[in-house]
Every structure is written in C-alpha cells, then in structure tokens.
Design a binder for this molecule. Sequence first.
Ligand SMILES: [Zn+2]
Length: 318
Amino acid sequence: MCQRSSEYKPFLTLHSPINQAQRSGSDAPAAPAAEFCAVCRSTSRNPFVRHDGHTVVECGGCGLRYLYPMPSTEAASALYSDDYFRNDSPLARGYDDYEAERDNMRATFRDRLRFLPKPARHERLLDVGAAAGFFVEQARLAGWDAEGIELNGWAAEYAREKLAVPVRHGSLEDAGYPDRSFAAVTLWEVIEHIPQPREFIREIARILQPGGVLALSTPDAGSAVARVFGRRWLGWKKIPEHVYFFDRETLGRLLREEGFEILSTRYVSLTVRAAYALERLAALVGVPWLARVPKIIGNAPIRVNPLYDLMLVARLRE
Ligand SMILES: [Zn+2]
C-alpha cells in the first residue's frame, strides 16, 4: 500500500463516496463551483488548514469549510474511476477485503434503516452513490422497492452480479429521473464529495414526492472530536476527495432553503472488524501497538459509534 493511500484512509468511514458530480444545469450559477459559499453565498473566505498541497478555507459568512479552489466536476468524478474500490477505499483494501466486510456493511445499513419510515407497499427508494449495493439490498429486505445509482462501474456491476440488486451505472443528472419518482432518497457519505451541493440537493428535491424523505450522513466538522483535534482532525486529510465539511447548522440550512424540514439528527454507528477499529484508533491517538491484535479477535465484528458520523433525516415540504 502506498503512502498516499494509507494517509487517506479515514477513521471508520463506511463505504464510498461515489458521488454524483455536478454539471451545470439550466438553473446552475454562472460562476464556477465555490467562487461563493454553497450555503450562504458569501465570497469571503480565509485559509483554515492545508494538507498535501490542498487548502481548506473557512467561509467568512457562515463558517462552512470547503476545499478551495474547488475542483471541477470532471476532476471530482475522475477520482471514482473503476480502481477506486479496489485501491483507495478505506474498506476496500483489495477485492478480498471488500468481500470480507460484506456482513459488517449489511449490519451497518440495517441499523440506519431503523431511522427511516416504514415503507408502504411498492414505495420507491433511490440510494445515490450506492457503491456495491449493500444498502439497496438491505432496503429491499426491509420492504422498499429500492434501487441505486453509482458513478463507479465496477461497484455497480458488483451490485447487479453478486447481490442481484438494481444499481445503475452513471450520474444522478444523466439518469434524469422523472419528477416525483421516489418516496425516499438516501445519500450515505456522498454530500461531502459534491462540488455543487445546492444544485445536487435541488435535483433530489425534484425527483422526490412531496412529503418524501431524504436521509443522509456526512462527517460532522462541528463534532466534539473535530473541535478537540482542531486543525489536526483526520477529517481534513480527506481532501481532495471531500470538498465540503458540513455541520448540523450548515447542512440543516442548505436543506431547509431547498424545501426540506429536518425530522431528526443523530450520530450513527458502524459495524466493522475489531482490527479495523483498533487500527484507526491507533492512528488517531498515535499509539501503534493498539493495532496489534490476534487475528481471531481482530476479525470479530464490533459496533462502534465514532460520534461524528452525522445522520440527518429530512422531509420534503408539500
Ligand atoms: Zn458561507
């Protein structure tokens, strides 16, 4: 494993960022992404932290932190080529490792489904950035007529071939779903990868039915762990994959302005191999021997709540 990818391995991140990079739609702003803040539209910004040649700035208007300059849609999308899951994904250190994590991902997603409403018969759910389809699989088992869309061709094919669940390869915009297609849309660790998040949320509002539910998760830049570590927080090191660092206020404001009301916010748990949790903890606190555990213990699944994986459930106003 090369140095760069180990540096980029985040602490207990769930799956993937397969993002739907934004393209300029008819109502997209004329200026390039993030020449102004995506939340408050201020053009005032100050450098906050630098890592590996990239800079995170803090908005002078609302405090939102984001990568600046913002990569183009094409550059952002290019990060998620077919090698992504096999080489750079934190849980996918090789195809075999991805397979080994399957049951843990299933447990993690079953946990999140508890926070969504119970589906009525044949209600449709779209998982955007569906990765290898494990959430779609679990949502179908829970009674949703669920499908996914995924920018990474390898992952979408995995979902179809290995899990036999419908995951389409492509971007949300190119899919062009009809208005009001879905009763629910989910975005697991996706929004932080999107160069134009407001337009992205607007597209989701368009394809949701009035009263429909949007559930999403993202690392909380306002969490206690982020505040305690300050500029040393591992979250900043995820640039340039992560381009926005939201917290409850900034994300809540963006969703409300795009027609949603927030139903709930919480920190969610992940189920991972014990060895993985300890490896990340060792890196976080700088105590390498914590990661040395016997294999029989290391492979045991454990449920952890790192207290910064923020999940919001919002409802599209009627
Ligand atoms: Zn702002």
